[in-house]
Design a protein around this ligand. Structure first.
Ligand code: HPA
Length: 232
């Protein structure tokens, strides 16, 4: 399998990889939390960094938005660079009244409206599921840190601007906590290639109340999610 989208050298990437959608957030995480970080990827501006956190090697790689983009990075990280623990750190829209702005969702499963998941299973459904070990650890860390968190499922949508209108609220009726755009493909690829994965999201907006966070507040509150992920 080619490695067309990441130009890292063998051994450049750690077994634990944090995966924000935004490559500049990858840079921000490296600058803020990692020691001795170096940039191993600039292809398409999709920055990736490796450094150390509390003495442990960690990488952080931008994935782009949506499963077609993110899936390319997940695939190469696992199959070319030997990533073993892949943790999406992103934002999501709340689908539940009790899930408030800045709360952290520990996504243990991901429903999807994506054709990617459907096609892979010949039109049947599949239940993308997180690593229980990572999820359990994330819950312990969140509790220790006193973070407001929820454990449950995410909806990985192909739409940000969804023309189908009420569609996401069907998932909400069935308990899905938040909508984002990458988790289902991450959990599915991790299952296929026998590595561990988890999706952690901070609530950046609410589809229930239409509230939104400001970018300044987002930066601060995302720290909780990053610290959970870095300690996995
Ligand atoms: N939809 C999809 N992805 C998102 C959203 C949303 O409302 N908010 C943050 N990521």
């Amino acid at each position: 399998m080619g490695h067309y989208h990441i130009e890292a050298k063998p051994g450049d990437i750690a077994e634990l990889v944090l995966l924000p959608g935004d490559p500049l957030r990858a840079k921000f995480i490296a600058d803020t939390f990692l020691e001795d970080a170096f940039c191993y990827n600039q292809v398409r501006g999709m920055y990736g960094y490796t450094g150390t956190y509390k003495g442990k090697r960690v990488s952080v790689q931008g994935s782009g938005m949506g499963m077609p983009s993110a899936g390319i990075y997940y695939h190469e990280l696992i199959n070319v660079y030997g990533a073993k623990k892949l943790v999406r750190v992103g934002s999501c829209g709340s689908l539940q009244e009790h899930v408030k702005l800045y709360d952290v969702i520990i996504g243990i499963s991901a429903a999807s409206n994506s054709k990617m998941i459907e096609r892979r299973f010949f039109g049947h459904t599949y239940a993308p599921t997180a690593s229980f070990e990572l999820a359990e650890k994330a819950v312990h860390l969140a509790r220790e840190m006193g973070v407001t968190y929820h454990v449950g499922s995410l909806l990985s949508s192909d739409f940000f601007y969804d023309e189908t209108g009420e569609d996401v609220f069907r998932f909400a009726e069935y308990g899905v906590l938040g909508v984002e755009m990458e988790a289902a493909e991450l959990l599915t690829l991790a299952a296929k290639f026998k590595v561990q994965a988890l999706a952690i999201c901070t609530v950046s907006d609410s589809l229930v109340t239409s509230e939104q966070t400001t970018s300044e507040e987002r930066e601060k509150s995302f720290t909780n999610m990053m610290e959970i992920a870095l300690n996995l």
